[in-house]
Design a protein around this ligand. Structure first.
Ligand SMILES: Nc1ncnc2c1ncn2[C@@H]1O[C@H](COP(=O)(O)OP(=O)(O)OP(=O)(O)O)[C@@H](O)[C@H]1O
Ligand SMILES: [Mg+2]
Length: 274
């Protein structure tokens, strides 16, 4: 019977975190977690408070070294020892209070650290202000983000608009993987909708997107696959077409997988009759 159920993507994942364990003293934050991210897919990484979501992402970002386990990038084993190394691979993280500078213009923020230089006089770089403004505006428009003016300071944008600029920047600079850690937790419904739209747009351009939340309702529409973790252990990877919001919420809270979804359960996950 189970052979008729949809499969997870069969192509090589961009990222494969295999059997990841991370301890903090006696606390086991992650216990043998497998996690895959495919290009063009939005993965909803879900779990209750303290489940281990942020720890998993910090291992991926090179903030924490795993106690054991291996990360593969396009099938090749890699060590990621710092956020800079993660960025060099093409991984970009957008946090709730993200690294935009409120007093600088949208255009400057868009290019932060990668400004096009018009001319260099000794150590002084003359930035090509006009080019930056034009390109930032065009790049944002391309994924559907309308800004009033690229000259405006980022501080004049709402929380959702700032998230959007950060997402637009990751797309424009050809990043491969986008990590959104609770991007919508402080946003209104309308703002949340926009951020979700840009999330989809990033995946449509081939990026692998990791959307972390403990609010299933925020991610349900945009995720292709739900990866659930519970007390540091993987519960399973569930294709969107196989689950509804209640089922996912239940798995987040109990860590138990209904038998009809057994095919998608992680090794050792607890299965219950439904
Ligand atoms: N630096 C640390 N030192 C000690 N314990 C930690 C550390 N970071 C995380 N933990 C513990 O590891 C477990 C997982 O925490 P983590 O922050 O990954 O959870 P989370 O799923 O992101 O939760 P939330 O939804 O609240 O953000 C928790 O028990 C937490 O207390
Ligand atoms: Mg967290």
């Amino acid at each position: 019977m189970s052979e008729h159920l949809p499969d997870l993507p069969q192509d090589e994942p961009l990222i494969y975190m295999k059997d990841i364990r991370r301890q903090f003293g006696t606390i086991v934050a992650l216990d043998g977690v497998d996690f895959k991210v495919w290009g063009g897919k939005v993965i909803g990484l879900l779990g209750d408070n303290g489940a281990g979501k942020s720890t998993l992402i910090k291992v991926l970002m090179g903030v924490y070294t795993p106690t054991s386990g291996q990360i593969y990038w396009e099938g090749q084993p890699v060590r990621i020892n710092s956020p800079q190394e993660a960025q060099n691979l093409g991984i970009e993280a957008v946090y709730q209070d993200l690294a935009l500078i409120p007093l600088m213009s949208i255009a400057r923020n868009f290019y932060l650290g990668r400004e096009p230089v018009r001319r260099q006089i000794g150590p002084i770089k003359i930035l090509d202000q006009e080019a930056m403004e034009r390109q930032a505006e065009e790049a944002l428009l391309e994924i559907g983000i309308h800004i009033r003016s690229p000259k405006h300071p980022v501080g004049s944008l709402s929380g959702g608009e700032r998230q959007s600029v950060a997402i637009g920047r990751a797309v424009y600079f050809g990043k491969r993987v986008l990590i959104l850690d609770e991007p919508t937790s402080a946003l209104s419904i309308g703002e949340t909708r926009k951020v979700l739209n840009y999330t989809t747009a990033a995946a449509e351009r081939g990026m692998g997107v990791i959307f972390i939340t403990h609010n299933i309702f925020h991610v349900f529409e945009v995720a292709d696959i739900f990866t659930v973790i519970y007390h540091g252990r993987k519960v399973g990877d569930f294709p969107k077409e196989m689950v509804d919001q209640e089922t996912v919420a239940e798995m987040i809270m109990t860590g138990q997988v209904p038998r009809r979804l057994e095919k998608y359960a992680a090794d050792g996950a607890s299965i219950i009759d439904d």
